[in-house]
Design a protein around this ligand. Structure first.
Ligand code: G3P
Length: 219
């Protein structure tokens, strides 16, 4: 399972990269805005800064919602760095844009996916990744993990190569549940990744080991 970090915060990206387990980064316009990044020039510069930190794929989202605009922006983003994956929303022109980029060997991430039908269209259009937003489904009393399971079944039935990128992951149980049902990738905040480490028995066990080591040394 690949681990992506879902943020535009360079410190968080560096911390996850230093941990040695990071496979990529996802961002979106809201995450960029949260870091105070605005306007085309700043946004492009920031994507480049992210690419310079990480080894893996970096999803960069188009703002345009029409076909020509998505192609123009996507090509500009893809030219920035080999690590860039063009992130495109699952709307009608978005499906056409996914096909355009996949025909040209440019990686894509189909975003804002909330149903199996949308995921099927993304795969048919040749998306590299499909991003079902599981946290936002949970927020409205739908089961986000169930959607991952459904997409897994459909993709396996037809051997679609599109990777299921579970997005809007909020906490460690989301990550574990995604792993159980076979998501290819998960993207979440640093807090959710680091929370996987936590166990009280690890903390107390380590404290005992260290105390015993000190006791034995001072005998
Ligand atoms: O990867 C999608 C993500 O950024 C949305 O997360 O927590 O805003 O639903 P959230």
């Amino acid at each position: 399972m690949k681990f992506f970090i879902d943020t535009a915060n360079l410190e968080h990206i560096k911390e996850a990269q230093d941990l040695g387990i990071l496979d990529g980064v996802t961002t979106n316009p809201s995450l960029m805005a949260k870091e105070g990044i605005s306007g085309k020039d700043q946004v492009l510069k920031h994507y480049k800064a992210i690419c310079d930190i990480v080894d893996g794929d970096v999803s960069a989202e188009v703002i345009a919602t029409d076909y020509a605009g998505m192609i123009r922006e996507g090509e500009e983003l893809a030219d920035l760095d080999d690590k860039i994956v063009v992130k495109i929303p699952i709307i009608k022109d978005g499906v056409k844009a996914l096909k355009y980029f996949s025909d040209r060997g440019i990686k894509t991430n189909c975003t804002l996916v909330f149903s199996a039908g949308q995921a099927l269209l993304a795969a048919k259009a040749g998306a590299t990744y499909v991003s079902p937003f599981i946290g936002r489904l949970d927020d409205i009393s739908y089961d986000g993990i169930q959607l991952i399971e459904q997409i897994r079944l459909i993709y396996d039935n037809y051997e679609f190569e599109t990777e299921i990128l579970a997005a809007s992951v909020r906490h460690p149980m989301h990550i574990i549940n995604c792993a159980e049902v076979g998501a290819d990738v998960m993207t979440g905040p640093l807090s959710a990744i680091l929370a996987l480490l936590k166990h009280p028995l690890t903390d107390s066990g380590l404290a005992t080991f260290l105390a015993d080591y000190e006791k034995a040394k001072n005998k």
